[in-house]
Design a protein. Structure first.
Length: 451
């Protein structure tokens, strides 16, 4: 059986896709302008805008969003009377973390062991290239059969809500019949998957103060209240003995019904060290898709190198709390802040501040768009049946779009399968996944236009 013409076209475009992803990855577009220059993000935004113009998009614009970043918008008209599909991705990326831990430079796309390595290669600059490939394949095979809107966000990784607020202020701009969010991924390479749920998230900063200034630990230690010690006590109170998240008043007994995640597979994907146990109880799917999860993202305290024998007067931490569908993120934030404040020992002064927040999301997988995607994914993956999985991460924009456009169907696909190691060192994308997912998206748009 000969390949579908769409698949043949995408295959022929892969060298161009690699060259474009190389250019995109080179931009250090971390939307934290205290760490990375704003000019890097602006250059990436302009690259996306130029790519859309080259494909014939109209009304291409750099949208100045309330958080001080830019999102890129464009509109490609289709046949009269056709439905409108919004394609989403983001061009901002996580910091590279420990650059010494990368086998190759994080902002240079490098091919190794059959994968393309670089920060943002999968999450989510690869998603932008995926959208471009799908549209080019359609244009080469009869044309794009629907109206297309593209939005490329500039601060998704920061959780600062710039595009969400902009969309709320301009509700007609992103209105569509169906929204394809290209920021998820297959459960495993070669297993076509849509993401049915996303956990929401909140970020809270906690600061504890006990003294007017640091004190000599020999002269005062044992009676002087140690702010770092108090913080350690507070952070420990967020977990049960088995590692389960325990925020006072927050339910943590959800159960995931559907595709399961074996402990052996999870240990391999997460690269858990031999002899180290997993935390929590219940199935892995319960723990990462259906229950809250707290993570200490960072602590401000003296580093070991150069530390002095002092009782610390102040300490602070940044805490992430992921919340499952059915739990209101704002309510979870209040519970987390109340927990931190009530569990602070010794009468220490404590303050908490919310830094970011996003609601959880649940998709309607019985909709016509999902039927079209199911057929497209199966065809692109040689008859493999589409699976539906959860995702522990958050895409706050999904809930904003669901609230603005309650009739729209929202589908989550992408390139972030486990081997991609998004947010970690040595992030990579599978070029085979990029190729097949681009084919699937093009076939989906064809099928959806006829549904």
């Amino acid at each position: 059986m000969s390949p579908h013409p769409i698949a043949e076209t995408v295959a022929s475009l892969m060298p161009k896709a690699k060259a474009e992803l190389t250019e995109l990855v080179a931009f250090k577009s971390v939307a934290d302008f205290e760490q990375y220059p704003r000019s890097e993000s602006e250059a990436a935004a302009n690259w996306v805008a130029d790519a859309l113009r080259a494909e014939g998009f109209q009304d291409v614009a750099l949208l100045d969003t309330p958080d001080g970043t830019q999102s890129v918008y464009g509109f490609l008209p289709g046949p009269e009377g056709a439905p409108t599909v919004l394609l989403y991705a983001h061009y901002d990326v996580q910091p590279p973390l420990d650059e010494a831990g990368w086998a190759t430079p994080p902002f240079e796309l490098t091919e190794r062991d059959g994968r393309w390595f670089g920060r943002g290669s999968a999450d989510c600059k690869g998603g932008i290239v995926m959208h471009l490939l799908a549209l080019r394949a359609l244009k080469a095979n009869g044309g794009v059969p629907v109206h297309i809107k593209v939005i490329a966000e500039g601060s998704e990784e920061q959780g600062t809500g710039g595009l969400e607020r902009y969309a709320e202020e301009h509700p007609e701009l992103l209105r569509a019949d169906t929204i394809v969010v290209g920021d998820a991924g297959n459960f495993r390479v070669g297993l076509p998957t849509v993401t049915a749920t996303l956990r929401g998230m909140t970020l809270v900063r906690v600061q504890i103060d006990t003294l007017e200034g640091n004190l000599h630990s020999g002269q005062f230690g044992g009676a002087a209240p140690d702010a770092l010690g108090a913080l350690v006590r507070v952070l420990d109170s967020l977990r049960a003995e088995d590692g389960s998240t325990t925020v006072d008043g927050l339910d943590s007994d959800g159960v995931w019904e559907g595709l399961q995640y074996s402990e052996a597979d999870f240990r391999r994907d997460a690269k858990v060290l031999d002899g180290v146990g997993l935390i929590g109880e219940g199935s892995v799917a319960d723990r990462i898709w259906a229950r809250p999860a707290v993570t200490v993202l960072g602590i401000d305290c003296p580093p070991v190198v150069g530390a002095t024998p002092s009782v610390q007067a102040s300490a602070r931490a940044l805490i992430s709390l992921r919340v499952p569908p059915g739990v209101d993120a704002a309510a979870a934030t209040k519970l987390l802040r109340a927990h931190l404040e009530s569990r602070t020992p010794w009468g220490a002064r404590v303050s908490t501040e919310q830094i970011g927040q996003g609601q959880a999301f649940r998709a309607d997988t019985t909709s016509p768009a999902y039927e079209a995607m199911s057929g497209a994914l199966s065809e692109a993956y040689d008859g493999e049946k589409m699976q539906a999985a959860g995702m522990g991460g958050s895409i706050p924009l999904c809930n904003t779009l669901a609230a603005l456009y309650p009739e729209a169907e929202i589908l989550l696909i992408g390139l972030n399968e486990p081997e991609a190691q998004i947010h970690a060192v040595n992030e990579s994308v599978s070029p085979q996944e990029l190729e097949r997912m681009s084919v699937a998206e093009a076939l989906f748009l064809q099928r959806y236009a006829k549904s």
